[in-house]
Design a protein around this ligand. Structure first.
Ligand SMILES: [Zn+2]
Length: 213
């Protein structure tokens, strides 16, 4: 399941079917977190490959939060959140832990900050600007990720399923007023600033669906 999006026509549809293990089933979806069927049926673990640090991280390659063009900051109960926390909370809502985060060094650091020292990480690049980085060659990067994926699955309890807390307030600061106008009248959302929305509910998953779906 593409948890991230790859832009243009591949958004949430970046998996190459012919390269997948024959035993896999995979999901094509229109929007992030639209599909939760795997999680509802019970899923041992989620492994997050190729993540980015949240917007504003100085050493985060292509750092962004949801969308570079329309979102700036996000908080779960007052704690800054990026795409790692969103995916982890989405999985956590169904009791599924995230055991692996790979990406640049900043995203690995962010992952440990959210999920704790039990998280396995693989840093395959180190950024020295938003679009500048020193990389591990792809062939070795794939070997590092495959090795870590095998290892982390030996202990499914190494990381607890992530829950940002109950009740849950998600606060979102958008980048401009046009993006804000698109969503500010949705039911369940409160205006919390000129470009900031608050979604409050008993739990993360309800608050997230009010904000995002
Ligand atoms: Zn990203």
């Amino acid at each position: 399941m593409d948890h991230h999006g790859a832009g243009r026509e591949w958004s949430f549809n970046s998996l190459v079917p012919d390269l997948l293990e024959p035993g896999c089933e995979f999901v094509v979806q229109q929007r992030w977190t639209e599909y939760s069927g795997f999680l509802e049926r019970g899923c041992d673990a989620c492994l997050l490959i190729g993540m980015h640090a949240m917007a504003g991280t100085p050493d985060g390659l292509m750092n962004h939060t949801i969308s570079t063009s329309s979102w700036q900051n996000l908080w779960f109960n007052g704690v800054p959140a990026g795409e790692i926390a969103i995916n982890a909370a989405f999985c956590g809502a169904f009791g599924c832990p995230v055991l692996l985060v790979t990406g640049d060094a900043a995203s690995c650091r962010e992952g440990v900050g959210v999920l704790g020292a039990g998280l396995t990480t693989v840093a395959v690049k180190e950024a020295f600007g938003r679009t500048s980085a020193r990389h591990v060659a792809p062939r070795r990067a794939r070997e590092m990720i495959e090795h870590a994926a095998r290892e982390c699955l030996r202990d499914l309890a190494a990381v607890a399923p992530y829950d940002p807390g109950r009740p849950c307030e998600i606060r979102a600061e958008l980048t401009h007023t046009a993006a804000f106008d698109d969503v500010r009248r949705r039911p369940g959302l409160a205006v919390a600033g000129d470009r900031t929305l608050a979604s409050r509910a008993d739990d993360f998953w309800t608050a997230w669906r009010q904000l995002y779906l």
